[in-house]
Design a protein around this ligand. Structure first.
Ligand SMILES: Cc1cc2nc3c(=O)[nH]c(=O)nc-3n(C[C@H](O)[C@H](O)[C@H](O)COP(=O)(O)OP(=O)(O)OC[C@H]3O[C@@H](n4cnc5c(N)ncnc54)[C@H](O)[C@@H]3O)c2cc1C
Length: 181
């Protein structure tokens, strides 16, 4: 428990601090992982939407195009279950989250992964882009259930207002995108 977060520009009050967090580039990580799998004789099938999973003897997965992949073991790692064996999927909902990437002077924000407990909540990260003199402040949030907001532009505007109030040194918006999860 800490009295305040290590940012000068705003103080949302006491916070929980998890030390020694790792921040990695997921694409570089995936590159290393896939190269390692292939080097060890594994095969990777992309663009392969699974519609049926059968375990036990003669395990296989059936793909949308009716191709089959046979294997000894199956690990389903789809985050949201794609079967109805357990009713977890009935308790989950898809959300859309919005992200802005803004220029920010180097070292003006202490590196960390920050998130608040507002509803909807916000999250903050820093990224450094090769060949770019400034750092990039990534701010996300304004989540809502997918399909339940008729004006996504408002989400970007609210996110920008939230950011500029708390990070007055933030400059141009370089990137913006939304993601469903
Ligand atoms: C905006 C955002 C920010 C986040 N920030 C952080 C963070 O800073 N730190 C952190 O630790 N976590 C973060 N998370 C959470 C993290 O991304 C997830 O917990 C993590 O990606 C889950 O990994 P996973 O491999 O279980 O599932 P996923 O990464 O969701 O992978 C599941 C895969 O299964 C595939 N799939 C689904 N159905 C099928 C099917 N029928 N056939 C074939 N393939 C299928 C999907 O296409 C997907 O590639 C964030 C999430 C979001 C959305």
């Amino acid at each position: 428990m800490t009295e305040r977060i290590p940012l000068d520009s705003f103080d949302p009050g006491p916070a929980l601090c998890y030390p020694n967090q790792l921040q990695l580039n997921p694409l570089k990580y995936m590159k290393g992982l896939t190269e390692c799998i292939i080097k060890k004789g594994g095969q990777i099938f992309t663009n392969s939407h699974v519609v049926e999973v059968k375990g036990g003897d003669a395990s296989f997965v059936r793909l949308q195009n009716d191709h089959f992949v046979t294997c000894e073991s199956i690990v389903v790692a789809t985050n949201c279950p794609i079967n109805d064996l357990v009713a977890i999927h009935t308790k989950q909902a898809s959300y859309r989250s919005y992200v802005l990437g803004l220029e920010i002077p180097n070292n003006s924000v202490i590196r960390g992964l920050y998130w608040d407990t507002e509803d909807p909540y916000h999250y903050i990260r820093l990224e450094k882009k090769n060949g770019h003199s400034n750092e990039i402040l990534l701010v996300g949030g304004e989540d809502h259930k997918t399909g339940q907001n008729d004006n996504p532009e408002h989400c970007y505007t609210r996110l920008e207002n939230w950011t500029r109030k708390r990070f007055p040194k933030a400059g141009r918006i370089l990137y913006r995108w939304s993601v469903m999860f």
